[in-house]
Design a protein around this ligand. Structure first.
Ligand code: NDP
Length: 332
């Protein structure tokens, strides 16, 4: 069975392709250029001739995917802009590509009778309510929505909030579209929080490392910045497996699946990595005195476990990510 993966040269998209291939699916991947596709293969020679690449230069274009969906049984729509610094225009840089890209994937799917489900990479960003006191002890589940308004999304000067809004409005647009069009396929969303893990996708420099892995990179790159970030995490390999599981699990029809683990704190990351790699103590940040907020909200991922999700341990994720990022850094 053939799966279209949008954004296959991205951090998560490349892993989704690998997980699909491991499970015996055929993969067609959209890329912005053949140069990037060739670079993905150069980095992962075992993928040679395994992925059929098609060019979709800009997912913001209406009907961007119309010519690439032929014969696909499923779509994993992963492509969406994820950056939070140097955002100068929330609408054109984040909101439009996220919303329009998602609608284009659905508009393409409705033209191909074989499509059974579209799995959309959403995020905890579409779930968490940033106006709630983080120390409220609130337990988030699949029923929650980030309440940000479109007006606020257009105006906010926070790149992070604008990105979160892009995920809210993309997911809402998809659900409204399905309600209105009643297509022959169903949809579901995968909602991870910060994703860490080994990179297998093309990069120009360590500065171009994907946004979430930058958090881990900052505490192992010799900058000795005090670790102080906390949140919830998912290993990229688990995110990829979640997409594969979601393709045809009956309980996911129309649903959402929260897959964050944790909580994580970069202090714990540096402790674990210092213990594992004492020879790297010159480049790993020392654990700081910044206290971990133990009263923070939590995320209930029990639905994901009930449908069969298994997760990497945080130690394994940090160790594999650090090993991979030190190796990648040697190339630049
Ligand atoms: P990346 O930046 O590595 O991947 C984004 C992908 O989208 C890339 O393949 C990129 O293409 C493609 N893309 C972005 N904008 C456009 C555009 N205008 N036209 C065509 N392609 C475009 O980020 P991630 O892999 O981390 O993110 C992938 C998905 O996962 C996104 O939907 C993101 O919101 C979601 N997500 C990520 C989390 C994380 O912590 N990483 C957490 C929760 C959700 P190119 O390769 O050419 O740059």
């Amino acid at each position: 069975q053939l799966v279209l993966v949008t954004g296959v040269t991205g951090f998560i998209g490349a892993h989704v392709a690998v997980s699909l291939l491991k499970k015996g699916y055929r993969v067609r991947g959209t890329v912005r250029s053949m140069e990037k596709a060739n670079e993905l293969i150069r980095l992962n020679p075992e993928l040679k001739d395994k992925i059929e690449f098609v060019i979709v230069k800009d997912i913001t274009e209406p009907y961007a995917f119309k010519d690439v969906v032929k014969d696909c049984d499923y779509i994993c729509h992963v492509a969406s802009p994820f950056f939070i610094s140097n955002v100068t225009d929330n609408k054109t840089q984040l909101l439009d590509p996220a919303v329009q890209g998602t609608l284009s994937a659905l508009e393409a799917a409705i033209t191909e009778p074989k499509v059974k489900r579209v799995v959309i990479t959403s995020s905890f960003a579409a779930v968490g309510d940033y106006t709630k006191d983080p120390s409220s002890g609130y337990v988030y589940s699949e029923k929650d929505w980030n309440p940000i308004s479109y007006e606020e999304a257009l105006k906010t000067e926070s790149g992070l909030l604008a990105y979160c809004a892009s995920k809210v409005f993309a997911e809402k647009a998809a659900r409204e579209w399905v309600k209105e069009k009643q297509p022959h396929f169903d949809i579901c969303t995968i909602n991870p929080s910060y994703v860490f893990g080994p990179t297998i996708h093309p990069m120009n420099s360590m500065e171009s490392l994907n946004t979430s892995n930058q958090i881990l990179w900052t505490i192992i790159n010799g900058s000795k910045i005090q670790p102080s970030t906390q949140g919830f995490e998912t290993d990229v390999r688990d995110v990829a497996d979640a997409h594969v599981l979601a393709l045809n699990h009956p309980k996911l029809s129309g649903g959402r699946m929260l897959i964050p683990q944790g909580p994580f704190f970069t202090n714990t990351m540096s402790k674990i990595l210092l213990e594992k790699f004492p020879e790297k103590k010159d480049v790993i940040s020392d654990p700081s005195d910044v206290p971990f907020d133990t009263k923070r909200f939590t995320i209930d991922n029990s639905f994901s476990k009930s449908v069969g999700m298994k997760y990497y341990s945080e130690e394994q994720t940090y160790i594999d990510t650090a090993t991979n990022l030190w190796e990648r850094a040697k190339q630049f």
